[in-house]
Design a protein around this ligand. Structure first.
Ligand SMILES: *[C@@H]1O[C@H](CO)[C@@H](O)[C@H](O)[C@H]1NC(C)=O
Ligand SMILES: *[C@@H]1O[C@H](CO)[C@@H](O)[C@H](O)[C@H]1NC(C)=O
Ligand SMILES: *[C@@H]1O[C@H](CO)[C@@H](O)[C@H](O)[C@H]1NC(C)=O
Length: 214
């Protein structure tokens, strides 16, 4: 067989295996949302390392602490999904995942927090000021507190925002009593983008599954 033909065959086999594993193993829809491979709602579909949960027709991601975050959208070709930031309890400035220390991802799992997130930390104590955060009166967290219903319980407290880039830990967004007690997050926020155009969410990324030819 010529090298060209054998390379072509190999190429076709790879495509076939990819297609088969992607089609046969994709999980059924959860509510209205598709669950693309490798995400897995069940041991019998997807790749069980990429576990997500379908609870009463709502697709959710579970943190290392056991807190469920609603999945808002999934982009399988970019290996990304966006989860909803936790709610902030009415009339307080406490994120609902505060008892768990905020969002923590299990470092042994193939997910991390992408570098496209602008995090706003709310009701912070002075002790966090020396870190590389923007806690000025111009920080966008002020707009969140003034203009959104959800942020209203956090008004007149110290707040900050920062771009969660690769220089920071990619497995957590931390909140705690005595630090900052609430947070929210925007995906792909560009400097100057107006409040009405903000896209709330936390973008996570996954390591693509290794293709194995058996
Ligand atoms: C803080 O953020 C605001 C809003 O993006 C920006 O105008 C300002 O220059 C930032 N300040 C610092 C010190 O980075
Ligand atoms: C802000 O955080 C402190 C503890 O760090 C807490 O005592 C206080 O109740 C919080 N404020 C609001 C409005 O939730
Ligand atoms: C997150 O995981 C992706 C895929 O493995 C990797 O390319 C990226 O560098 C990781 N991001 C961070 C901030 O560690």
């Amino acid at each position: 067989m010529s090298t060209f033909v054998s390379m072509l065959l190999m190429f076709l086999v790879i495509i076939l295996v990819t297609q088969v594993s992607a089609n046969n193993n994709a999980c059924p829809k959860c509510g209205d949302i598709e669950v693309p491979y490798p995400l897995s709602t069940d041991d019998n579909c997807g790749d069980p390392k990429y576990r997500v949960y379908c609870n009463d027709g709502i697709l959710e991601f579970m943190s290392a602490g056991g807190f469920y975050y609603k999945i808002l959208s999934i982009d399988p070709s970019a290996y990304k999904l966006i989860i909803s930031p936790p709610s902030i309890q009415a009339n307080t400035c406490y994120s609902s995942d505060l008892p768990l220390g905020g969002l923590r991802l299990d470092q042994n799992l193939p997910f991390n927090v992408s570098t496209h997130n602008t995090v706003m930390l709310l009701n912070c104590s002075d002790s966090i000021l020396p870190s590389p955060l923007n806690c000025t009166a111009a920080s966008i967290c002020r707009q969140f507190e003034e203009k959104s219903e959800e942020g209203s319980g956090c008004r007149n407290t110290l707040c900050c925002h920062y771009l969660k880039d690769s220089a920071m830990t990619s497995h957590m967004i931390r909140v705690r009593v005595g630090g900052c007690t609430a947070y929210t997050c925007l995906v792909n926020w560009r400097s100057g983008a107006s409040f009405d155009s903000w896209d709330y969410g936390i973008e996570l990324q996954w390591v693509p599954p290794q293709l194995t030819l058996v």
